[in-house]
Design a protein around this ligand. Structure first.
Ligand code: ADP
Ligand code: MG
Length: 418
């Protein structure tokens, strides 16, 4: 601990120095008020100050007053030194913010005891400040955590209500859609084999040029457009269905590389116009339990999004890595595409959020992926920089982690019912 000894009287200074000689304190000296003030405001600041009441420059009481006015400065324990013929100094000194006083001529033992009291108070103050800092940090951390949790809850709530709604809508649309899909297929075949020729031969020719007179190829196009529209509806309905209850496959020991190869194969019709997909496999030394159909579905969504983000990019590249870290399996899907703006980074998980042109995106892909990842006790993370690219990381727990996740969730459910 550092102690400032400030007195304009050399004899007093020497006496003070001698009294504290065999102690563990480090002393610094000042012979006037200005020098003392400089030492007290330049790091490393002494923790204890012995200040003469009367000094050239700034006197002891004034130094006290100034120090106490600086709310951010570290605590300094101040002992004023005064003469026995000026008792009024004591009250004005204490009022100015001094912690203690000592009267000249002083007793060495008493001085050491008073300094020791100061040292104890300083160390309490330091502990308090440290605890306080830790508390502030902790409460800031808790506040952030609470905000994050609140956001997750809102998101989860939105997902649940959307899931229920999606299931209902998908169910309602499914039957009429199946009929329309079947009929349009029949019509397409019928038109190709019989209709087109017969129509060309027998269609009445109107004289009015402005009247719409469909040519055989127009009818073919109409059928094809309807077929495409129905296919798109089918995609949306299937998306909604698998969003509300993940379909297909069952949980087994995962073969990550098989899922990845399947996903790349499924995406080929789309990605072959964009780039080849590079991949690296670093299989974990542990096993992972998961539904391979659903994991493939996540990879398909992520690769397909990456391909979309690479439209018009000069050197498009998609890389998929299988890796592991801390007992968790990782699938990393990386692209050097358009990236995601800071603002959209939190929105992309919301069902129906899409930035794609009308008719191209359903906005369900990432919401489904997130739900599947969470159902596996895993997570899906994103890092992205606008105009640089994006990395999505699917994290899956190992077998023990997955079993623990299942057990905890089953227990939670039972707990709720009880
Ligand atoms: N790899 C990516 N690069 C840039 N943006 C992406 C990427 N993946 C997803 N996004 C953004 O997230 C949005 C939501 O994705 P998603 O839920 O799959 O729905 P959709 O693909 O139908 O738009 C996309 O519209 C896009 O803005
Ligand atoms: Mg998508």
């Amino acid at each position: 601990m550092r102690i400032l000894l400030a007195d304009d009287d050399q004899i007093t200074l020497r006496l003070l120095e001698n009294s504290l000689k065999k102690t563990a304190y480090e002393t610094v000296q000042a012979t006037d008020g200005n020098e003392a003030w400089k030492i007290l405001t330049t790091p490393p600041v002494p923790e204890i100050a012995l200040l003469d009441w009367m000094m050239p420059g700034i006197d002891g009481t004034e130094i006290c007053r100034r120090l106490r006015k600086q709310p951010t400065s570290a605590f300094i324990y101040i002992i004023l030194i005064t003469s026995n013929d000026r008792p009024q100094d004591i009250t004005s000194g204490l009022d100015a913010g001094a912690n203690d006083y000592i009267i000249k001529p002083f007793n060495k033992d008493e001085l050491r005891s008073r300094v020791a009291v100061g040292a104890r108070v300083v160390s309490y103050e330091q502990t308090l400040t440290r605890t306080n800092d830790a508390l502030v940090k902790y409460s800031q951390h808790m506040e952030l955590l609470a905000q994050e949790r609140a956001q997750q809850l809102v998101q989860a709530d939105r997902m649940i209500s959307l899931g229920t709604m999606a299931a209902g809508i998908a169910h309602e649309i499914n039957n009429p859609l199946t009929i329309a899909q079947g009929n349009i297929n029949l019509l397409k075949n019928f038109w190709a084999y019989f209709g087109e020729k017969a129509y060309a031969a027998s269609a009445p020719k109107t004289k009015k040029p402005e009247a719409f007179q469909p040519q055989p190829k127009d009818v073919r196009e109409m059928i094809e457009t309807s077929e495409k529209a129905i296919k798109r509806l089918r995609n949306i309905v299937d998306g909604m269905r698998s969003f509300s209850h993940g379909q297909g496959g069952s949980v087994e020991i995962l073969q990550p590389e098989v899922c990845l190869r399947d996903a790349i194969q499924i995406c080929l019709p789309k990605t072959k116009h964009v780039c080849e997909i590079a991949f690296h496999v670093n299989l974990p030394p542990f096993q992972v339990k998961a539904n391979p159909v659903q994991i493939t579905q996540i990879l398909v969504n992520l690769i397909s999004n990456a391909a979309d983000a690479l439209q018009g990019i000069p050197h498009p590249a998609i890389t998929v890595d299988i890796d592991h870290d801390g007992g968790k399996l990782l699938f990393r899907v990386q692209d050097n595409g358009a990236g995601i703006s800071q603002e959209n980074l939190t929105k992309i998980w919301s069902p129906l959020f899409t930035t794609k042109p009308k008719g191209q995106g359903t906005g369900l892909g990432l919401a489904i992926c997130m739900k599947i990842a969470q159902d596996h006790g895993g997570e899906l993370k994103v890092e992205s920089q606008a105009k640089k690219g994006t990395v999505f990381t699917l994290v899956l727990p190992n077998t023990e982690g997955y079993d623990r996740f299942l057990k905890e969730n089953v227990q939670d459910d039972t707990g709720d019912e009880a």
